[in-house]
Write a protein that binds this ligand. Structure first.
Ligand code: FE2
Length: 269
């Protein structure tokens, strides 16, 4: 692995490591995701997501996905087959699927966690992101710590491009240095519902966003407080990626986080 530029990570809140994941591992993730999609029966799930009075079932399908492998459709998808209509698969691929497990727990990811200062790294969440040609949706500006909250904040994103990602197909965007600002929001459980609460109304800084244009196999490390986003994919090219989120087991995991795994304890490497 190339040496880590920890100074630029501290300054910017993100780090790009080109050629991080081997082409063989990129191929293996894409092939495995295609198999999972081929084995997925979208009928019941589409029913859950399409009818308006199914909000409880929809919320449960999402909440249980923290300890499962579940499939989520693009909002703009109409009646395309799942292979062209999914937004993502989540959120415990790394614990429940052997291919994702092996690739997520390979030694160089453990080394990276150690170099970033993790004492007791725990693999919390994994997502296979499709960002489909033409209909891949926008992801608005957010901080990952709003969703995966620990005290102190430790969540760190490991985002791996499985296709070349650029402005045309909706690459990551980030506000360099803005991870030094406060956590603005939390998405969490209250009285059985998932809600978004404002913690700090400070607007995002006026910093010019940077487009993280990267080649297939590149890793982007994202600090949990770094505001980031991605534009819709209006191109005819896919922009698939694999995103893994890690927390430190020495921090307190908030009991009202949306992601709870009562039957599946978190594991490290
Ligand atoms: Fe994110």
């Amino acid at each position: 692995m190339r040496p880590l530029d920890l100074d630029s990570y501290a300054r910017d809140g993100f780090l790009v490591q080109p050629d991080f994941l081997s082409a063989a591992d990129c191929d293996a993730l894409q092939a495995r995701a295609a198999e999972l999609v081929a084995g997925f029966d979208p009928g019941p799930v589409r029913t859950v997501f399409s009818s308006h009075d199914q909000s409880h079932a929809r919320a449960r399908y999402f909440r249980e996905s923290g300890g499962a492998i579940r499939f989520f459709f693009e909002e703009e998808a109409t009646d395309q087959p799942a292979a062209f209509a999914l937004n993502k698969i989540g959120h415990a691929l790394h614990d429940l699927d052997p291919v994702f497990d092996r690739i997520s727990r390979q030694p160089k990811i453990a080394d990276l966690a150690r170099m970033l200062g993790f004492v007791r790294p725990l693999l919390l969440q994994s997502m296979y992101l499709f960002k489909q040609p033409h209909i891949g949706g926008e992801v608005g500006w957010h901080q990952d710590a709003a969703y995966l909250h620990t005290t102190p904040a430790t969540v760190t994103g490991f985002w791996i491009a499985l296709d070349d990602a650029d402005r045309d197909n909706g690459c990551l965007m980030a506000l360099p240095g803005a991870h030094r600002g406060p956590l603005r929001e939390r998405f969490h459980e209250r009285d059985g519902e998932l809600i978004t609460s404002t913690l700090d109304p400070t607007p995002w800084p006026e910093t010019e966003p940077v487009a993280l244009e990267v080649r297939r196999g590149s890793l982007v490390v994202l600090h949990g407080l770094l505001p980031h986003a991605s534009a819709p994919n209006r191109s005819s090219r896919p922009r698939q990626a694999y995103a893994l989120h890690m927390i430190d087991g020495n921090a307190d995991y908030s009991t009202d986080n949306w992601l709870q795994r009562p039957g599946l304890p978190l594991r490290g490497f």
